[in-house]
Design a protein around this ligand. Sequence first.
Ligand SMILES: NC(=O)c1ccc[n+]([C@@H]2O[C@H](COP(=O)([O-])OP(=O)(O)OC[C@H]3O[C@@H](n4cnc5c(N)ncnc54)[C@H](OP(=O)(O)O)[C@@H]3O)[C@@H](O)[C@H]2O)c1
Length: 328
Amino acid sequence: MDIFSFFGIVIFCYLLTYIVLLSFLDRDLGLAWVEKFGKSIGSLKGQVIWITGASSGIGEAMAVTLAKHGARLVISARREWELERVKGRCLEEGQLNVDDILVLPMDMTDFKAHQECFDQVIDKFGRLDILVNNAGRSQRANWEEIESAVDQDMFNLNVFSVISLTRVVVKYFLEREEGGGHVAVTSSIAGLIGVPFSGSYTGAKHALHGYFDSLRAEKIRNRLTVSILCPGPVLTNFLSESFTSRPGEKYGVAASSSDRRLTADRCSYLCCVALANGLREAWIALPPILPVAYMGRYFPNFTWIIGGYIGSKYLLKLRDSRSTIKGN
Ligand SMILES: NC(=O)c1ccc[n+]([C@@H]2O[C@H](COP(=O)([O-])OP(=O)(O)OC[C@H]3O[C@@H](n4cnc5c(N)ncnc54)[C@H](OP(=O)(O)O)[C@@H]3O)[C@@H](O)[C@H]2O)c1
């Protein structure tokens, strides 16, 4: 056997092992490794962490998980009464005092308020250590029917507001005396590969990877940690809140507990492990989403051929455990 064949076989075995292992896990191997051997979530104790989209779902569950481990919290979203409820849970289930949590209502798309909200965080805690950009909405729509206003609303919420808030925080991280900081964003498996019936959403999540990878590359020597969290289907209000093809409309169909979706608690726990370990990217989903995403990203030609055989309706079913979209 010549040297090229030898290396070819080694690489093939490595990739095969990776794909087979992913078929049994709900997280990528890097995340599984740090979960076992890396820093615990407890290493975030005392840090000031700002979570957007904390009034429900993954953001709420992350707030509670971090409260249990003693991180001080800023929780944001539009619905103040839901944030107060989440604060109550954090106090009840966590190890925090009332003064360790700031409820900071904000509409992410009100760009002008970002600096003012950030100033309130600094007024309260005197510092910020981690920003978790988690607020966002999904979409269900046929690609060709999506009106431009929906693309714009989607990008305003899922991309431009995130970038605007992150810029405010990154300036502070770069200027503060102790130097550096950590920004994270909740992307999606839809930020890694094309998913059907979510054109604007998939575009928006892909855009986040471009922006945040660019930030990481530019500030690679500035002690700035950039984490991109990529969940697959998670059981939250998300599906019902989704954009459709028409502006102002919500999909309105709730995910069912019989769908094969990760719980928000499990997803948020894994997101917090990724945060504690400053992972660049973390993929989180029930099988078989991860091997499909891995194949889609690293073997696109092969994956598109297989996709052509199985069809987009099956791909949607794979994503949601639902075979049709509303109206179909
Ligand atoms: N669930 C999934 O299957 C899944 C999969 C992959 C990625 N994700 C990502 O996970 C993140 C959280 O989603 P989730 O599943 O937890 O859904 P969710 O339960 O619907 O939570 C969405 C959060 O975003 C907030 N939000 C929505 N519009 C906002 C606005 N204009 N300004 C401020 N906050 C706003 C909501 O709060 P208010 O309504 O109170 O403002 C809520 O707290 C999203 O970025 C999503 O893309 C979810």
